[in-house]
Ligand binder design. Structure first.
Ligand SMILES: [Mn+2]
Length: 360
């Protein structure tokens, strides 16, 4: 365990003069992990690294990204909150011109450690399921051994809030709230929840604004600094669409009580699937909830949640896409996602009902 942390330190210190890139996921946890990593490197190296992200939902390394990193002459890439080991091929291409550090908490699919790559998953450090230790807190803790990051505690707390890890990190998050939002009212949304909703709205409605959002984060001193008017415009649009589908869910969801399964198909105007399922699953934490989204392109995308951990929804979805071409699934025990070509939806649903079991 300690040797991993030691390897991490040595790698960061050895590569101080390299042309460093930070590639982050686009959800709250991913953006916060990226911001913490970038600010830490700025403090260690005296220079801010270049920040990169892919399209929302892209959780493995894309060929296009490898080309971009090559063009930008990146020779040390730090990837945070992305599941690069789920598709190793582009990582091997990246290794031809760059060293790589992967900091992540998604389920481990392949061991990518090599001469050029160091991969640290939360589960390697804790021995526990990775969803309990989100990437933002993992980066905060690892880099805190190299530089002072206490003033960024609120950034880690936003990531934890976004990845539903409040109960696991209650003391830490509550201390951040006492520091930055001491007069909060018990029954109102706290500032950390408000910021995660803001990030959701930008990711879903206006993903081209993600870079602006990250730039605001890099200079912000407290979570309230994020609530800027030009970033807030998308919130209402997202809330309206979410509320519409929450109403439709009440009437149109399919319930399979003997499987503890709730199934719901949507055809939304924006890609709201992940945000919607997080809201809905809070109300039924001990059911397996699956939402299938038909949005655009040749695939349908789906998410699954099981907040009581009694069904491994990552394994369940992986099982259900097996055998379908150009499909994929993965994630955490309580939260996973995937895609299949649209024409296989009927078969997928059948497999899902067959394979879903009561929680144990
Ligand atoms: Mn995450």
């Amino acid at each position: 365990m300690n040797t991993l942390k030691e390897k991490f330190k040595q790698l960061i210190l050895k590569n101080q003069n390299k042309n460093i890139g930070v590639l982050h996921h686009t959800d709250s946890d991913g953006i916060c992990a990226g911001v913490i990593t970038a600010k830490a490197l700025e403090r260690i190296n005296g220079k801010l690294p270049m920040l990169f992200h892919q399209n929302p939902g892209q959780i493995t390394l894309q060929e296009k990204t490898v080309e971009k990193l090559k063009r930008k002459k990146i020779d040390f890439l730090i990837s945070v909150d992305l599941s690069l080991d789920q598709n190793p091929e582009p990582v091997f291409e990246l290794e031809e011109f760059s060293e790589i550090l992967i900091l992540d908490h998604h389920k481990k699919y392949n061991n990518l450690n090599s001469k050029k790559t160091l991969m640290i998953k939360s589960e390697d450090l804790t021995g526990e399921e990775g969803s309990k230790y989100p990437a933002s807190k993992l980066c905060f803790d690892l880099f805190s051994d190299l530089t002072e990051l206490n003033d960024l505690d609120w950034v880690a707390a936003i990531g934890l809030t976004g990845d539903n890890a409040y109960s696991e990190w209650k003391d830490f998050v509550d201390s951040v709230l006492d520091k930055y939002d001491p007069n909060r009212k018990r029954l109102e949304k706290n500032i950390l929840v408000k910021v995660t909703e803001l990030i959701d709205s930008i990711e879903v409605i206006d993903s081209h604004k993600i870079t602006d959002l990250v730039n605001v984060f890099l200079t912000a001193k407290k979570p309230q600094n994020l609530m800027k008017q030009d970033l807030l415009n998308d919130l209402e649009e997202l809330e309206n669409e979410l509320n519409k589908w929450i109403e439709l869910f009440k009437e149109n969801k399919e319930v399979f009580p003997e499987k503890e399964l709730v199934y719901f198909e949507i055809k939304p105007e924006h890609s709201i699937k992940s945000v919607l399922i997080n809201r809905l699953s809070e109300t039924i934490p001990n059911k397996t909830l699956v939402i299938v989204q038909d949005f655009e392109g040749e695939h349908v995308y789906f998410s699954a949640r099981r907040q009581d951990f009694k069904v491994k929804v990552n394994d369940l979805l992986e099982k259900c896409v097996k055998g379908f071409p150009d499909s994929g699934a993965g994630g955490h025990i309580p939260a996973a996602a995937g895609k299949i070509p649209r024409e296989y939806l009927k078969e997928f649903k059948k497999k899902l009902i067959e394979n879903c079991e009561k929680g144990k």
